[in-house]
Design a protein around this ligand. Sequence first.
Ligand code: IPM
Ligand code: MG
Length: 357
Amino acid sequence: MDLNIALLKGDGIGPEIVDSTVAVLEKIGKKFGHRFTFTPYLAGGCAIDATGEPLPQETVDGCKASDSVLLGAVGGPKWDTLPGHLRPERALLGMRSALGLYTNIRPAKLYSALKAECLLREDIVAKGVDLVMIRELTGGIYFGERGRRQGAMGEEAYDTECYSEKEVERIARVAFETAKKRSKKVTSIDKANVLESSRLWREVMHRVAAEYPEIECTDMLVDNAAMQLIKNPSQFDVVVTSNMFGDILSDESSQITGSIGLLPSASLGDSKCGMYEPIHGSAPDIAGQNKSNPIATVLSGAMMLRYSFDLEEEARAIEAAVDNVLNAGWRTADILGTSTAAPLSCTEMTEKILEQI
Ligand code: IPM
Ligand code: MG
């Protein structure tokens, strides 16, 4: 296959982890006979520096015209004081919205080689963790009306959580379809005891659940879910939730698996063109030092092969290479745990993965 991939390297560790993933995809291309063409575009802080805006139109157009998008990370202290609409994070939200990427798939799995890195008690770890968080990505409070105004107590600020039936229904279907291929269990997370938007969320979930009698669907309140993820994470398989709850709970689930440096994500809409990125951010504290863990981005590349290009065997080849590297004991600094061995750099870890392909 001939495929065009847009690269949004972004800021901080973004460029080094995207470069690792490009190397891995090129090796896969060579092995399986595909030609990947990579075209970089500016997004985030680097785009602000070069053009004055976080998401130039050229980037949106370039990504829309490509077969898929690989993103590193955006943001950093340099741009933290800019007004909201000019912050690097706008690039991410803008891309999700421009490409209609309403589904965010975030698998969190505890590798057996990394059990020692898990912060939970041994008997909980022994039961394993292998869940997929499905986060609604283009609705809710991250996209609702916001602003400042004068209230009874002076200046106030507001953000609005709003969900339409249609938005909930389409993400529900993604969750149930995903569950069909896994252990046929969906946990829908909301705050229906307080929020009207969550009550609608729950109603629609139940309506869609009725179309999938083979799938067991459970509601869980978000505060309880935050607790259950620590107390008994093996109870979860497919988790579906709103934009903000998914943002928070996916970071929490990453800590159960050892490191946020391991977790990939896929953002999808109705077309095959998706955006793939690690769930972690730009890690400004280690930017430019070749210390980052490329695995989350490399695994995002595998998700791209699977979801955008239907290249299942190729995706598995990447996942198996990562498995082998971890099983062989190779570690970057974030997954070193209590070991005193010298950690691999980002480029050394990439080399180890390439050797396994
Ligand atoms: C994520 C990130 C983003 C989000 C930020 C950087 C806008 O935290 O992808 O989880 O909130 O979605
Ligand atoms: Mg987040």
